[in-house]
Design a protein around this ligand. Structure first.
Ligand code: NAD
Length: 415
């Protein structure tokens, strides 16, 4: 079993792109190294009166193209290296989609399921306060990620605004609609995943009506991916979350599954399918696999058992470089995270633009602009891959890294 971390994987991908682009070692080191990172301690008063100390991070990988942008993760597995990897992928994603941001990521090492809402609010407010010198609409703009949601963003926005003495809607995205959130943001990542998944099916000569899919993760991304695929008549035959997995050859009733998860907190015990193990979902014989949970789930040890014709990365970093090589060898198409799940940051950008202008768009406007950007990026990456004779990931990373490198070169070095 490989011991490579997500940061090792991100650095391997960057190294490959830099070699293909022919950039020098100095620039390579700059692109490999975060511009700023902070680690903060977060003392939490528990509801029972005890005090507990939590650790949080914020990494700004790069902001040469604009303010840093990236999600905030609450998970017991958060490490500084994981946050560094996720921040670097955000830089490439923003550059690839040509949104005027650099990349950042935040994380707090906490299992949010073990804390009350009041405790999570105190954690969020203290974390925000500790990192607030880094934040702001022109500096760094967080958004939800694993274990956080629109309420977390409302608390962040409120804490930052109270410190400033006025309301700053543009300091976070993925906020509730009532507080300057954008229509379409909650489902934007999943919409984007499905736009490119349908395009990928077309390139492989597959039709949604006769295609089937498996989805790993049934959270903010996976749940709506499954729903939108079912809306397109794709049979969603297997779904998992961290607690368990269910499968139904004829297709799961995704709305009924979502209602079950809403009521019980897990896919476990869903009457409309059979309980299976986690590997059954990843290794299902399907046209489309959407990993939408965590990093590193397709790796050197299981890549030979993955049977999906197409993998569309809803999650960040789900495929290691070893697995990438095996899947490419077997002619299985991998649509990389920095393209596939970019819908979230695209509509976050729209939310920030709307907040800064205090002028709100209709849902139809948001959806049309999202589709346009996703499909333009899909076309650009596809033709670049053909031109260079490389995978979609390498093509996407090369396009993105080159844009960031150009920004560095044009700005020059200070002093
Ligand atoms: P979430 O916390 O809402 O949901 C995560 C889901 O994954 C949950 O259903 C959880 O039970 C499941 N899960 C965790 N570990 C698992 C495992 N080992 N096997 C199966 N399921 C597992 O998080 P999310 O916002 O949906 O994010 C999921 C992924 O998508 C992450 O990689 C995140 O970085 C990425 N992403 C999210 C957004 C966004 O807008 N939320 C945007 C881009 C990328």
């Amino acid at each position: 079993m490989s011991t490579a971390t997500p940061l090792d994987d991100a650095l391997t991908q960057l190294g490959e792109a830099v070699a293909l682009l022919g950039h020098d070692e100095g620039l390579h080191h700059m692109l490999a190294t975060p511009r700023r990172e902070v680690t903060v301690s977060i003392p939490l008063r528990r509801d029972d009166g005890r005090t507990e100390l939590l650790i949080g991070h914020r990494v700004q990988h790069n902001f040469s193209r604009g303010p840093a942008k990236g999600g905030l993760r609450y998970s017991p597995d958060v490490t500084l290296d994981e946050v560094r990897a996720l921040a670097m992928w955000m830089t490439w994603k923003c550059a690839l989609l040509d949104v005027p941001y650099g990349g950042a990521k935040g994380g707090v090492r906490i299992d949010p399921t073990l804390y009350s809402t009041a405790e999570l609010e105190r954690v969020t407010r203290r974390y925000t306060s500790e990192i607030s010198p880094l934040l702001g609409p022109e500096r760094d703009i967080p958004a939800p990620d694993v274990g956080t949601d629109e309420t977390t963003m409302a608390w962040m926005m409120d804490t930052f605004s109270v410190q400033k003495g006025h309301t700053v809607l543009g300091v976070a995205t993925g906020k509730p609609i009532e507080l300057g959130g954008s229509r379409g943001r909650a489902t934007a990542t999943s919409r984007g995943v499905v736009h490119v998944a349908l395009a990928a099916l077309r390139t492989r000569g597959l039709k949604p009506r006769t295609a089937n899919a498996a989805v790993q993760g049934f959270g903010k991304v996976g749940r709506h991916v499954a729903r939108f695929l079912a809306d397109e008549a794709v049979r969603v035959v297997a779904v998992s979350d961290q607690h368990g997995a269910v499968a139904e050859e004829g297709g799961l009733d995704v709305d009924a599954l979502a209602a079950h998860v809403g009521a019980t907190g897990s896919v476990l015990g869903f009457a409309g399918g059979s309980a299976v193990d986690h590997d059954t979902v990843l290794e299902a014989d399907v046209d489309l696999l959407v990993p939408a949970a965590v990093e590193g789930v397709l790796h050197g040890d299981n890549a030979h058992r993955i049977r999906a014709r197409i993998v569309v990365e809803g999650a960040n970093g789900p495929t290691t470089p070893e697995a990438d090589a095996v899947l490419r060898e077997n002619d299985q198409l991998v649509v990389p995270d920095i393209l596939a799940n970019a819908g979230g940051v695209i509509v976050s950008y729209f939310e920030w633009v709307q907040a800064n202008q205090a002028y709100w768009w209709s849902e139809a406007e948001v959806e049309a602009r999202l589709a346009e950007r996703m499909l333009a990026a899909w076309d650009a990456v596809g033709s670049h891959a053909v031109r260079l004779d490389v995978s979609l990931r390498t093509a996407a990373t090369c396009l993105a890294v080159d844009r960031v490198a150009r920004a560095h070169q044009i700005r020059g070095l200070y002093p």
